[in-house]
Write a protein that binds this ligand. Structure first.
Ligand SMILES: [Zn+2]
Length: 120
């Protein structure tokens, strides 16, 4: 009987919404894309204006921003701190809701990151 209760407790994590995660991720996503858009259009403009070297520098910056930005966002997604204990969580897909969740084994809380697993 007791064992069953323990098992139930282990399998049924408390689900809570992680406040602010989605917004902060979205904000970063938008910032990165604006910077990337500015660098590629700036690069093209400089090419046309007769500054190919500067144009290439900005085009390179565009590549770095996109690649680095995506790496950074995925790093953020997989390094979510538990709001309850401040400890590390494990980020995984919630298959049924196709959302990302961060699980804290210590608190038995599943933080709903409100971010789609499709990569939006
Ligand atoms: Zn915790």
């Amino acid at each position: 009987m007791l064992q069953k209760q323990i098992q139930e407790r282990l399998s049924s994590m408390q689900s809570r919404i992680h406040p602010g995660f989605q917004k902060s991720l979205q904000r970063r996503f938008i910032t990165i894309w604006i910077a990337a858009a500015l660098s590629i259009s700036g690069g093209l403009l400089l090419h046309r204006q007769g500054y190919p070297l500067l144009g290439w520098v900005l085009s390179g910056l565009f590549g770095i921003l996109v690649l680095g930005g995506l790496l950074y966002l995925s790093w953020r997604l997989h390094h979510v701190k538990c709001l309850e204990c401040g400890g590390k969580t494990r980020t995984r897909k919630d298959a049924t809701r196709t959302q990302w969740v961060a699980q804290c084994e210590q608190c038995q809380i599943e933080w709903d990151l409100q971010t789609g697993a499709g990569g939006d």
